[in-house]
Design a protein around this ligand. Sequence first.
Ligand code: DC
Length: 238
Amino acid sequence: MEIAPKHRPFIIAIDGPAGSGKTTTAKALAKELGFIYVDTGAMYRAVALFAQRRGVSMADRDAICTLLDDVDIRLERTDGSQHTMLNGEDVEQHIRTQEMSKAASDISAIPCVREAMVDLQRHAAKDAMGAVLEGRDIGTVVFPDSPCKIYLVADTPTRAERRKKQLEEKGIAADLETIRREIEERDRNDAAREHSPLRKADDAIEVETTNTSIDEQVSMILSLVWKRIDQFQKGQSI
Ligand code: DC
């Protein structure tokens, strides 16, 4: 797949609530298209882990803004999987717990944190031919001019089941009812915050994933993306 230099980087924005299928979809798209993949949630999780290690409460906004000066976050790819590096340490395992999900949601409501992460995210895509970014505000704030915005949704029981499976695959024990409650709480938190709340961009395509298999979902979105790329390269309005 080639993107004309003047259209680079071609940004695909994937937003939606927890467990809606963003990660699987975004990774599959990036692989298929040869684009880079950016998991923006991992960045908020890494900041939350850093604050927790320093003993700073997620509610102490001034202290959190100050400690950002000491945080260096990089997303690296090794052995075909992503590793989140926090000040040179691979923290991928540490940031995936339910505790860090909640802490990341809390810390992501702080404007100075969002500003720093948005800068990092724009920078990460800068030199790529194309990038697939997944998060909550990619289509609305990080790349509002993205020609290809997808907003994924699925019902809560399905999202809870998916999250349970993901955690178990990582060797983390998980109770379905607790996960369901935490997902609902996180949805409320992410959608109600003042700064860049989770919402569908007006020009995003909403895709309901409750009753679709991963393969169906990916191939459906991929054909949508191909169409957008084609229209975009031909200079048609999309
Ligand atoms: O995608 P995730 O579950 O790893 O994200 C963890 C939290 O980070 C999520 O509850 C809200 C926050 N987040 C955000 O506010 N904006 C993003 N672009 C990505 C994540």
